[in-house]
Design a protein around this ligand. Sequence first.
Ligand SMILES: Nc1ncnc2c1ncn2[C@@H]1O[C@H](COP(=O)(O)OP(=O)(O)OP(=O)(O)O)[C@@H](O)[C@H]1O
Ligand SMILES: [Mg+2]
Length: 503
Amino acid sequence: FSQSLIQVVFPPEIRFAILKIIHRICNWFSAYCYYDITEIDGVNTNELYNAVQLYLSSYACVTGNRLSLTRGLNSSSITFGLSNNDSLIDAFNGVKVHWEHVVTPRNSQTFSWRPLPEEKRGFLLRAKKKDKSVVLGDYLDFVMEKANEIRRKNQDRLLYTNSRGGSLDSRGHPWESVPFKHPSTFETLAMDPEKKAEIMADLLDFANGESFYQRTGRAWKRGYLLYGPPGTGKSSMIAAMANFLGYDIYDLELTEVHTNSELRKLLMKTSSKSIIVIEDIDCSINLTNRKNNSTSSNSSSNYNVSPPGSGGGGGGSSEDGGGNTITLSGLLNFTDGLWSCCGSERIFVFTTNHIEKLDPALLRSGRMDMHIHMSYSSFAALKILLKNYLGYNEDDVEKELLEQLEQVMERAEMTPADISEVLIKNRRNKDKAVWELLEALKTRAEMNDNKSSNNNAGKNNTIEDEEQEKRALLVESSNEIGGDELQEKCNKGDDVNDDEKVL
Ligand SMILES: Nc1ncnc2c1ncn2[C@@H]1O[C@H](COP(=O)(O)OP(=O)(O)OP(=O)(O)O)[C@@H](O)[C@H]1O
Ligand SMILES: [Mg+2]
């Protein structure tokens, strides 16, 4: 009524001024303040709009009745969003805020250099005036952070490599990337459950430990050294770590890096929330070189680290960064020096088959925070493999058979990779697979027993010889299995050619 009275009595300009004043008075007495977060801010896309949309998606799926669903390019999951003109209430540190998704048709006469959506979309945020500072400060920061987290989880992670040998791509990046799709997870990783739980807890503590690292004045990074024989799951563990935390992986090929400064540049171009991996670190270090130098200098920082094949034991070659050499000091600075904290939340993982060959400087505490021994398969690990490959729980295997497996397991010293081979080969006949595995374990155990008695008698075989013999025996036993099948085929009169025999 008051509006129509104003329309009748006053000319348009005065009417407009009066309405404005009324509006201001209302605002003055209102307990709320309002913020518009529009999808398009002038000509640019508003980052905050996208962030709010993602953030609300984590709540919307629980509370909303009508939701919009989206699935982005490269994304492996669906995100929920508020439908047009829907609203919800959120709380943060005791502060209540009200979100509304406002969608209005766009005026078609609006001129723009680029095509705009037909609808104007935006979020209207309403909060109490007294909470204004919290909402504009901590709350919106929290929203942005949460949105980034969701984005990272939904998008495929990347596996980077520096295999181009120092050359840069068109955008000046030394790393090349592919989507990281390794399916290994902690669930499928066969190892002792307590050890696994400890590693997972350590990773979680690290990922959630920003304030701890800040408080203690430490760079937010952690180092893991994975060591053990080949085929015990070191690479699988790295993939599981990346999948668990949702981090990217930088697989650093040390032999492709020529100087310390190149190494530093590579480090500078890595992003936060990533795992930087150097596989087989002992193979990247020229040990002859290192020993030669260690006699001439007390400081570990002068030890040379050179790619294998760059001239073997050229003890007198360039000391720092010259030619085709990087130094151990360069490597240590990479993981531990001032440069290692240009970026945060990073994990360094080194793997090796021979921990005894590594320089103590690399192993000192603080550099590699956790040394993880990936060992031959234990009985607990075997149970995980049986579940993975055959879908067998403990109750699905005869008790007697299980006991026999447990007895022979420790003596057999078989790697999870070897066990996987036996199980995969026989996976169509599950019961046979378990028996086959028992046979293989027994054969290996016997061989190990013989070996140790021979060793006691004075025969000193090298570790390599032992490994080779074990492998030969495994191949032999698998050929035997193949041999039976071959015999059966022959009996049936099938044609069998020589190739099949070799296989
Ligand atoms: N602990 C494990 N749990 C589950 N699978 C495993 C495990 N260890 C090995 N495997 C299987 O064996 C294969 C080889 O494992 P992986 O590459 O992780 O070994 P590694 O320790 O990195 O060996 P290397 O020292 O030769 O690099 C993988 O494909 C994986 O499926
Ligand atoms: Mg490996």
